[in-house]
Write a protein that binds this ligand. Sequence first.
Ligand code: SAH
Length: 345
Amino acid sequence: MRLNKRDIVEWLTTKDKRKLNKLWNTANAVREKYVGDEVHFRGIIEISNYCVRHCLYCGIRGERRDIHRYHMTDRAIKSCIRKIEKFGYGTVVIQAGESPRIIPNDISELVRWIKQNTSLAITLSLGEQPYEVLKEWKGQGADRYLLKIETTDKKLLEKIHPGEPFGSRKENISRLKQLGYEVGSGIMIGIPGQTYTSVAKDILWFKRMDIDMIGIGPFIPHPDTPLATYRFAPRNQIPGDELTVNKAIALTRIKCKEANMPATTALASINLASGRENALFHGANVVMPNVTPIKYRKYYEIYPSKACIRETADLCSTCMTNRMKRVGRKIGTGVGARQHSTKRQ
Ligand code: SAH
């Protein structure tokens, strides 16, 4: 399927059901051919909600003085990791806000411990970090790093990340590639001021950068952030509804055939009944069950009505496994690393 910028915009705007069926079928076939029927599970631990950043969309941004902040102890984190092993997930994702409480040495030790005591792949998602720190973590055994670009539109990116020099996220992503991480990135869809063309360019950027893992989710306005009341809708504003997000996932799958693509929690949050499952039939092949202890979950409310906020790790594991089986997908085995066709041949 030919997909230049104009084609992508056309797909993103079309309402023609027959045409869309062709898109869904193509994405699903590409997904099946290149990454198979297995759905890989990544257990995510939200280790800290302290943050010094000002991201306009985020519910745990530094400006929010009214929320309880927590930082999990090493012991608590390790106990979650043991659970991830018990559930049979192949990967642990360690995520947090950006703050001085994330001490590089502590993360190094944790990474080392995970490598020595488990066979899990390690994904870190700790925001932007200096080259030396990323290098040290890689050296200790971190396999992957997740840093969403959110949008590649220069003006919009500057607006939603005040105080952050433009280019620093992109630079961080290039650094991660240079260091040999499997690199995860992604975008939100429906950010006020984001256009169809801008998302088309994001998809072409994933391809150009050969991003290994691509997470695409809807922007969900958080009432206690500046974007809650922000009303700026240009004529070609892209909506953050489930259909549009699934179109972006499908188009990305067709472009970036071997990438790992999660059915995001944000998608599950706008459609609790089947948001995740639907995405798995539009190109996605990964789910990220939450393993954060229940007492902390409500404080990691990056957007409102986040799915699974009241469920324990055990419940999430059973629920997610059942959901995958119900829709006829296999549970992934191994760590679910990025595929490379040259290796597959
Ligand atoms: N501090 C880390 C982790 C951020 S939270 C970092 O900056 O990389 C993980 C992701 O949640 C973000 O990258 C963003 O894509 C998503 N997110 C945050 N606020 C959101 C909102 N209001 N709606 C939808 N997704 C949001």
